[in-house]
Write a protein that binds this ligand. Structure first.
Ligand code: ADP
Length: 585
């Protein structure tokens, strides 16, 4: 109470002094002030605590940003407190979140009544000092899931490792993914008495990618996926939920779900683990060139840090883990005309294919580059993945078009659904589900900030009646009603006569009903660097390039034409670990 009184007193004092126009504007009152700004998901509300003319604390009171993006707010908060400057740069990859957060803090500051210029200094802190040359055993390019896994593994083998990351924070696409991990014979399956095997998983990878995967690589992924998941759980300390998701194209439900169903859990825990190994993570450091010696062995990397060129030498080798090229429109169009300009992307802005260009330049073989995947149900405005839509992966929603009709099997492969969506009116789909599907899946709770943001941006509607929900998006309500009745009949009979939907069919019941609009966006680039089963990079002549290893989305030929959902996290873990082992030999 005393604190509140003191605050009120301070506030009234500052308001009075501001109103009187006297010199008090030159000084900032102590106290806590609230402000708001608009981020990516909607309003961000913060409280700003000022003490002795300085920012003492910032607390985010409300926000609808995804967990991965919240990390950007933490970074900005620390920077503001450290520099006592509200004019911080946006965190690339999280522009809208950063802008919203900055506006909220500045709004809160305006409530102090003090002159803004006091905390808006133009001069930026100088970048951290770096040497011109670093020597290590292993240099890892990219701090996404694959790079961090490889770095930890190598460091645990006694290697001296440095990780280079061009963005201001670790994570890449892994951070903004749902983080689900396909693992046959996993502990949740065991608990639920679900039969599965590495062979069945192998068959799904091959079939899901139209038999275009390198069978040897797909075999390694299938055989080592469970081991990788256990490593993340037991050694890295990742927490998994006690339920699974059923991703399209898998024969059984086998996808483990990380805590809160986001990639944040994986990146957060891997980054903590990397710290334990005392391996430096050089952020804002963009690898630009691989260095080779006269024998054709890769011996290091050239990189750029705030305009400074740094040379990193790697006695044992370089691991390329720079991710895919899903954010690079030009590169997408270069390899597959259809996948260029016309698509938004779910990817991190860092997914520009840098590693592919660097590796190709020194003779690495690039394979399957035209295989580019769109995710079928993304935000129509930003292209972001919509996790609320995972209700589909629990088998509890249908996809309809403006005409109120289903048009595809909802658990088909991503490429098949995406193509089907693009042929519908407006190139969008409408996902429909009912109250019990929402309650059972808990999507509005698990992904509350996204859910609220979608409602606020009119991308999702909750309505008491089916007619009302349909009217919101101008969907043919009569047809939708018939579609739902038919679906309920199929559920009763145990067979979907229209699209033969897999899994258990659950009929729709009472409202409220939900409809979400979405459209396909580029999600994964299956093509990339050719590796062998030891994660060694292979040249265009089919020979191993000594000293160069690759893992993660930068690698090609593992998923064929199409990657199944939740196979990427298994892939980056399995091959990240192999690359870390191989480089240590
Ligand atoms: P993966 O799933 O294969 O780990 P991610 O997209 O999660 O792929 O991570 C790749 C990381 O590599 C991203 O954080 C990205 O910013 C980083 N990266 C991409 N190009 C470079 C580069 N030239 N130098 C340093 N880091 C890079």
């Amino acid at each position: 109470m005393r604190k509140i009184m003191a605050m009120l007193l301070l506030l009234s004092l500052s308001l009075t002094s501001a109103a009187c126009g006297n010199g008090a504007k030159d000084s900032i009152p102590d106290g806590t002030f609230e402000g708001t700004g608009n981020g990516r998901g909607g309003e961000i509300k913060v409280s700003l605590t000022m003490k002795d003319q300085k920012v003492a604390d910032i607390e985010v009171l409300e926000n609808q940003e995804s967990e991965g993006l919240s990390e950007a707010m933490n970074m900005l908060k620390e920077e503001i407190i450290a520099t006592n400057n509200l004019d911080v740069d946006v965190v690339s990859g999280a522009t809208l979140t950063s802008v919203g957060f900055r506006l909220a803090v500045q709004d809160a500051f305006s409530k102090t009544g003090a002159d803004k210029s006091l905390l808006l200094k133009k001069e930026k802190p100088a970048p951290e000092k770096r040497e011109e040359k670093y020597d290590a055993d292993v240099i890892v390019i990219g701090a996404g899931g694959a790079g961090l896994t490889a770095a930890i593994t190598a460091a645990e083998n006694g290697m001296n490792v440095i990780v280079l990351e061009k963005m201001p924070m670790a994570g890449g696409n892994t951070l903004i993914s749902g983080g689900e991990y396909a693992a046959p014979e996993n502990w949740v399956q065991e608990k639920e008495a679900l039969e599965d095997s590495a062979d069945l998983f192998y068959g799904d990878i091959m079939k899901g990618g139209d038999e275009e995967s390198d069978p040897a690589l797909a075999r390694v992924l299938a055989d080592k996926a469970l081991e990788g998941a256990k490593w993340l759980r037991d050694e890295v300390g990742m927490i998994f939920e006690d339920y699974m998701l059923f991703f399209g194209g898998h024969s059984v439900e086998r996808s483990l779900v990380p805590k809160n169903a986001t990639g944040y859990e994986m990146i957060h825990k891997l980054t903590e683990k990397l710290k334990e190994t005392a391996s430096p993570l050089h952020l804002e450091t963009k690898a630009t060139e691989l260095i080779m010696d006269e024998n054709g062995r890769v011996t290091g990397v050239k990189a750029e840090y705030h305009g400074q060129i740094i040379e990193y030498t790697a006695k044992k080798g370089v691991i390329m883990a720079s991710g895919g090229f899903g954010y690079n429109k030009e590169m997408r169009a270069k390899y597959n005309e259809e996948m260029g300009e016309g698509y938004l992307s779910t990817n991190s802005v860092g997914s520009m294919g840098d590693g592919l260009v660097m590796a190709e330049k020194i003779g690495a073989s690039l394979v399957d580059m035209s295989f580019i995947q769109a995710y079928p149900t993304c935000d129509t405005q930003s292209g972001a993945l919509l996790y609320v839509g995972d209700v589909r992966l629990e088998g509890r929603s249908i996809l309809v078009n403006k005409e109120g009709k289903r048009f595809v099997e909802e658990l088909e492969r991503r490429d098949v659904i995406s193509k089907a969506v693009l042929q519908q009116t407006g190139g969008v789909s409408y996902m429909f589900w009912d109250a019990s599907a929402m309650e059972d899946s808990g999507m509005d709770v698990k992904h509350a900030s996204e859910y609220n943001g979608l409602i606020a941006r009119k991308q999702l509607v909750k309505a008491d009646t089916l007619e009302e929900a349909a009217a919101f998006f101008e969907i043919d309500a009569e047809e939708l009603k018939k579609t739902v009745e038919n679906y309920n009949q199929y559920a009763k009979d145990g067979k979907d006569l229209e699209f033969n939907k897999r899994g258990n069919l659950v009929p729709f019941g009472e409202g409220p009903y939900y409809i979400m609009v979405s459209k396909p966006a580029i999600h994964h680039t299956m093509g990339g660097i050719k590796i062998n089963t030891e994660a060694q990079v292979v040249s265009t002549e089919g020979k191993v390039i000594e000293g160069l290893f690759a893992a993660g989305e930068v690698v090609g030929d593992i998923h064929g034409t199409n990657r199944l959902g939740s196979n990427a996290i298994a892939d980056i873990t399995v091959f990240g670990r192999i690359a870390g082992e191989s480089v240590s030999k």
